[in-house]
Design a protein around this ligand. Structure first.
Ligand SMILES: C[S@@+](CC[C@H](N)C(=O)[O-])C[C@H]1O[C@@H](n2cnc3c(N)ncnc32)[C@H](O)[C@@H]1O
Length: 269
């Protein structure tokens, strides 16, 4: 077992800067704090963008914790190999089940009870706002970032790992997907955003895309802000925004629109 396979990011290890290397090691588990564990070949890529702005501030303040668990020390032999050629032939390399298994066992020891184990994978269930909300309501999450051709299927089956996709495209590795999933989730935790009401009005929260937004100047390049938004009539503004949300969703996302109509009719009955 490697000596220091993980870097912990969070309140106790913070210095004035949130640079990844200043956030390494020795971070005690804060009881009851939402915790993310990320198994990755690129631990230095964390916290990455999560160390910035609101999520970074919350990490620093101990509102959530992050362990980036380096897969490499769990590797085989002198060179700590983590991958091998695909059984049956073909291009690329596959992350070994025994190596990933050791890293997962390590991660599960640190994980809060009940935190799901997720493999970021283009074959997975598409990630949604509802999934982010469910994760945010739980104790944390353990994430596996794939590389190369991905992960040996046996490790996925053995641990009953949930596969989650960021969308119908292929990334080089799971790290960007993990950071996107964590960002979407952490911002839904209490106390992370300044104005908590803002998440309720966002795209997807009510099953619709958000209405267009405007700010000063009132006129720009000959384009004015819609008059209703300057009327001060909050009833009318609400109606206008709702109509815009519905029109945008109908035009751009017929799948969401149909689901919205079905949910609405279900409630009407
Ligand atoms: C090059 S990809 C492997 C793609 C795999 N051979 C396939 O065709 O499904 C390497 C890793 O990037 C991550 N990845 C790539 N695309 C992703 C997506 N759309 N959503 C989530 N993770 C993704 C996964 O962790 C994956 O194991």
């Amino acid at each position: 077992m490697p000596d220091t396979p993980s870097r912990s990011h969070g309140r106790k290890s913070i210095t004035a800067s949130l640079a990844p290397r200043s956030l390494i090691d020795g971070n005690p588990r804060l009881a009851g704090v939402w915790r993310a564990q990320v198994i990755t070949l690129l631990p230095q890529a964390f916290p990455g963008v999560l160390g910035e702005s609101l999520t970074g501030r919350a990490l620093k303040d101990g509102l959530w914790q992050l362990d980036a668990i380096d897969l490499r020390p769990f590797g085989e032999g002198k060179h700590r190999n983590v991958d091998d050629t695909p059984a049956g032939g073909g291009a690329g390399m596959v992350l070994r089940a025994d190596v990933m298994g050791r890293a997962i066992d390590h991660a599960l020891k640190l994980a809060p009870a009940g935190a799901p184990l997720i493999y970021l994978s283009p074959r997975g269930t598409p990630f949604t706002q509802a999934m982010a909300q469910k994760l945010a309501d739980g104790p944390g999450v353990s994430l596996i970032c794939g590389r190369f051709e991905g992960l040996d299927q046996r490790v996925i089956d053995h641990y009953g790992i949930t596969e989650v996709s960021l969308g119908d495209f292929v990334l080089t590795g799971g790290e960007i997907a993990a950071q996107a999933l964590l960002d979407a989730t952490i911002r839904l935790r209490p106390g992370i955003l300044g104005n908590e009401a803002s998440t309720e009005e966002e795209s997807f929260s009510a099953g619709l895309l958000e209405h267009p937004q405007y700010t000063r100047p009132a006129e720009w390049q000959g384009h004015a802000i819609p008059e209703v938004l300057l009327s001060g009539d909050h009833g009318k503004i609400g109606q206008w925004r709702r109509a815009q949300s519905e029109a945008l969703t109908r035009a751009r996302r017929p799948d969401l629109w149909q689901a919205h109509l079905a949910a609405k009719h279900g409630t009407d009955e």
